[in-house]
Write a protein that binds this ligand. Structure first.
Ligand code: FAD
Length: 343
């Protein structure tokens, strides 16, 4: 850790000479560019500002359509498009093959992926094929004048931040947590180049076949919710979870939980907020019986307003809450629900 402050001019980075671009691998969801890609483009744009480097989005899709102009409006200086019917849905093998060829032809300085199911599956395969390093789940990036990308991520149970460098192999690669970086305000007047690539990919070499996607029917997801009401171990009973869930509903929000609630087998992992769960930045985050361990905090500290309900007045969560309520959640939440319903 601490490389962020160090002078790194001593490193021999001659292998990076001529590598100009920071690439962002585009993720498509339900026919739209995912918000995490827009966040990466915003961050890449900030990294290259005032340098000789530029931002390239890499778009693999069945039909290119209007995606390139959206990517340029969101911060890309150029867009590499690779169109192929195999890219109707994400599949590791053909995606990896196509990006591998593009990397060898175009020599990026660094490649950024979102730390999503797609990025977490694709990035390590590509890094292994390129015999280079990969930092997973980064929360901060810094580009030095010599082209070194400092990749920062929580380490040792979230107790410190590690600054990771990949100075001896190429390209530099990182997955970045969604919701941490800020997208740019889209600017339809931004100019950028669109570069079409065509690669022959052997369909028979693809070992997976996706037959169908079935959307999960579930309550609101924490990923994009503006209000998240989260239950901790203090609410880890059937009654407690039902109360917190009802509170989430009356506020029109989604249900989050701490890891202890997931570990107790009371709810699925997709609700977990924190270092090994999701990172979110809702407008309002209400905690119910969550003590405020650092591993939980890293997943929600960028919430605009935090309201904490806890029995223990010394619970660490109160250090960061905008509003702290020292109360028994089993008594307080029903009153809050009634008050909210009466508004
Ligand atoms: P506790 O710490 O047990 O707190 C329960 C709180 O409920 C207490 O403050 C108590 O006063 C209060 N309470 C009890 N009864 C009531 C009541 N009736 N009314 C009101 N308040 C009440 N944790 C995460 O959440 N997310 C992660 O992603 C995560 N990743 C981790 C990764 C690693 C490598 C490690 C080591 C740990 C991780 N943890 C994570 C676990 C984390 O360290 C804590 O153990 C966890 O966050 C604690 O959950 P909690 O606050 O719900 O429980």
């Amino acid at each position: 850790s601490g490389a962020g402050a160090e002078n790194l001019d001593y490193l021999d980075v001659s292998h990076l000479a001529g590598c100009r671009d920071i690439w962002v691998i585009t993720e498509l969801r339900d026919g739209r560019i995912a918000s995490c890609t827009m966040e990466l483009l915003g961050e890449a744009h900030r990294l290259v500002k005032g340098t000789a480097h530029s931002v390239a989005a890499v778009l693999l899709c069945k039909e290119v359509g209007l995606y390139p102009s959206e990517l340029i409006a969101a911060g890309a200086d150029k867009v590499y498009t690779i169109q192929n019917k195999m890219f109707k849905q994400f599949k590791d093998q053909p995606y990896k093959e196509a990006i591998l060829r593009l990397v060898k032809e175009e020599k990026p300085l660094a490649i950024l992926f979102s730390a999503t199911a797609m990025g977490r599956s694709l990035a390590p395969r590509l890094a292994a094929a390129l015999k280079t390093g990969l930092s997973a789940d980064c929360t901060q990036l810094e580009l030095r004048d010599n082209g070194i990308l400092i990749q920062t991520r929580p380490a040792f149970g979230g107790n410190l931040f590690a600054s990771i460098l990949c100075p001896y192999t190429w390209p530099q690669m990182a997955t970045v947590r969604p919701k941490v970086m800020k997208p740019l305000e889209p600017d339809a007047k931004r100019q950028g180049k669109v570069i079409e690539k065509n690669y022959h990919l052997d369909e028979n070499a693809v070992m997976t076949n996706i037959i169908d996607y079935i959307a999960e029917i579930s309550e609101a997801s924490v990923d994009d919710a503006e209000i998240v009401v989260a239950a901790g171990y203090g609410a880890a009973t059937e009654k407690g979870l039902a109360l917190v869930s009802e509170l989430a509903k009356v506020f029109g929000g989604a249900l989050g939980v701490s890891r202890k609630v997931v570990d107790a087998g009371l709810i699925s992992y997709k609700h977990q907020i924190g270092q090994t769960g999701k990172t979110i930045s809702p407008k309002l985050y209400i905690t119910c019986g969550i003590s405020g361990a650092i591993q939980h905090i890293v997943g929600m500290s960028s919430a605009k307003k935090i309201v904490a309900i806890d029995l223990d007045p010394n619970a660490p969560i109160f250090h960061m809450a905008d509003v702290g309520i020292v109360a028994d959640l089993y008594e307080f939440i029903p009153k809050l629900i009634t008050a909210q319903n009466e508004r």
